[in-house]
Design a protein around this ligand. Sequence first.
Ligand SMILES: [Ca+2]
Ligand SMILES: [Ca+2]
Length: 435
Amino acid sequence: MLLASCGQATVAPTPTPTPASCQALARHRPLGAGRRQPSTPPAALVVRLKPGVPLQQAEELASAAGAEVVKVRRRSRALLARPRPGVGTTGVSNRLASDVRVARVEPDVRVRALEVTPNDPLFREQWALWQIRAPAAWEVTRGLGVKVAVLDTGIAQHPDVAGAAEGYDFVADDPDPTDPGDPNFDCTSHGTMVASIVAAQTNNGRGIAGVTWGASGAQILVARVLDEQGNGSLLDVEEALRWAADRGARVANLSLGTETAAPCPEGLRAAVQEVVARGVLVVAAAGNNGPRSGTVVCPANLDAVVAVGATGPEGTVAYYSSRGPEVDLTAPGGAASGVCSADVRTASPSASDPEDYPCAAGTSFAAPHVSGAAALVLARWPSLDPSEVRAKLERGAEDVGLPGRDPDSGCGMLRADRAVRGETASAPACAPVSR
Ligand SMILES: [Ca+2]
Ligand SMILES: [Ca+2]
C-alpha cells in the first residue's frame, strides 16, 4: 500500500513559470548595466583605542579626523567610523592612525550568512526544505556519494531526477526498475516522487531542489517492490533490503506499509535486523491512519526502523499521520488540505506533462526527508553505524507537541542542520539516550 494521497486532488498543476527569457536576462545582465546604482557609502574603518583611553572620546577623536562614529563596541574597545561625505578614506585613516590615543586602524571586514540557496525556480515554494533547515545543512554537505535505496514503485524518466545508480525490479524479477506509471492517477510514479525528495537534481536552474543534491548528492538505488498501482509483497521488500545491503546502501527508504497497524511478520523483522547490522539505516513512513494512537503500520512499527510521521507547513503533525509509541520523528509530509502550497512539492512525470512537479501529501513524503538527512549525516561521517546516525537525527530534532517524546511526533521535527553538525537541540525530547 502506498502511503500517499496523491490521487485525492493533491496533485496540482505546475504554476506558470517565469518566462525563460526574463530569467536569462536577469542572470546574464552585468551588474549595474542599464540601471542607476545607489551610491555606495565609503568603507568603514575599525579604530582600536589604546588601553586607558576613555570610550567617551570616540566622537571627538573621529570628528577630528574627518569621520563620524557608526557605533562604539565597549567590550572590544573599538569604534566603527566612516569618513564624512566628500572626505577621502585614506586621509581619514592616516589621521586616525597618527592620533596618540589610537592603537590601530583597520578596514571593516564584511561577512555574510553562509546559507546555501540553490537556483531551482520552485525552491522558494519548498517550505519542507526550510522546515528541516536544509539550506543550513548544505553549508556542511550535500550528501555526495551516499547510497540511498528507494524501495517503491520504481522510477520514471524526469529531467529533474537522476536515474537509478543501480536498480532491480522485484515485482517482474528483471533488472529494469522503470515505473510504467499508474493509469488510475495522473500522478504516475510514486517512486519517482519519493526519489525526487531524496535527490532531485539541485542547483540546475530547473524544477525543485532535493534534500541531497542529485548529481552532487546521494546516489539512488531503485528497488521496484510495488507495482504501478502501489501494491506489493513484504517478501519482495525483504529481498530488496538484502539486495540494497549487498550494493552498499547506507539508507533504505520505505514509503510503504500494511493497510492497517499489525505486527510485522518474523521474516521481515529478521531481514531488517540483518541489514541494520550490515550498516543500513532503515527509514519507513509511519502510515496515514491517524489521528488515533496505535495506528503505526508495518514495517514502521519495528523497533529497528525509524518511523516517520508527517508535518504540515505550520510544523504541526498532520491529521492523517499515524500515531503511537513507535513514531520516532516527524518530517514534512504536507497538510493534505487540498491546497498545493501546503503539500510537498515533488518531481514526477504525469500523463499531461513529462516534466510535472506534482504536490502530494502523506507520510510517504515525510520519510524521504529523513532518509535524505541521514545521507547528509553519513556524507559527513561515513563510519557511523545506523544507531549513531539515528541518534544524531533524534537528538537534533525539535521537540514539538507534548513536551518530551510523545506518540504524535516521537522525538520531534527533523532538523537536518543540527543533525549534520552533530548538535543536540536545546531541549531535546530524546537525548541523551534514545530508544
Ligand atoms: Ca532542480
Ligand atoms: Ca514532544
